[in-house]
Design a protein around this ligand. Sequence first.
Ligand code: MG
Length: 388
Amino acid sequence: MPTCTALIVAAGRGSRFGGPLPKQYALLGAQPVLRRTLAALQAIPGIDRLRVVIAAGDEGHYRAAAEGFDLPPPILGGPSRQLSVLNGLEALTTDAPDLVAIHDAARPFVQATDIAACLEAVAAQGVDGAVLGIPLADTLKRVTDKGTISATIPRDNLWRAQTPQIFRFAPLLQAHRDAAALGATETTAFTDDAAVAERAGLKVVMVAGSGDNTKITTAEDLQRASTMETRTAFGFDVHGFAPGTAVMLGGLSIPHVQTLGGHSDADVGLHALTDAILGTIGAGDIGLHFPPSDPQWRGASSDRFLKHALGLLAERGGRVIHLDLTLICEAPRIGPHREAMVNSIARIAGISRERVSVKATTTEGLGFTGRREGIAAQAVATVEVPRS
Ligand code: MG
């Protein structure tokens, strides 16, 4: 396995970003963008070391963003991106890796699978570098300074180059040294490392990315990326029948020749929904929050359990997008009560009825539900929560 150091370029001033901090130090959710990028790269097999290139004067921001990471001191960048990378490469020469993965600090969503694909591509015989990119989907126009379209540029074979860009270390270092020797005018001309490598005649291949590798360039990008993520989780529950005259299902009392046995009111539907909600925020299961051994939950109305789970979700700034409940039993018949059950769950959850689905099925006489020994419920909750 070749050694690979990730060189994270965080020395930009972000003229298009316009915030009080350079974009790589701005908060994305609760964490600086750079911190998220470090965490993403640290978790990737095949990358064994991380180094960061920062701008002089940003040491305080860097310390805050990298706190808790076991990293060597940052490397100070130069007057252009190209020269910042050169400084980074020079700093690695004392213990040179086989490969260097150059990555923008402002791409915190980089996917492990995409990096693995680049590592695989660069391992091929005769290949010096691999660049993550996306085929161009939009039509390209050349536009005059006055805003008039002067030409349409064929987009065949055009790609947007992203990072990481992974190279064999020694040839890239030489290519960068040669490029820097060209002088001041040219040293700002290379906007990525592939351009430096291409100039040196190195063989660099393009690797198609999965697409989720947004670069945070403007405050709007940060806003969009900061907001919410969607999560889905599953819940399951079973209660057995016991002597009685009605069952609680979805917060409704439905007349039946038996009841459901259990410590609480045994509302198997609300229990499954509660577990699904808890699952979206990794908050354990219903038994953890309401232990059956605790006498205070004897006969408890299960809407309390669902409301508790929803309260935990709300505390995290989340909200329900959709609840889907499937009840599995031969009897009672659910169809006549379906609409009322949808309304009941929507009311308990404080959401519109369009966000609630109730379905029912039998098991064709098979198994414990088929033998009318009890009712099973499955639930899927879809929620959105702030990116953590
Ligand atoms: Mg239960």
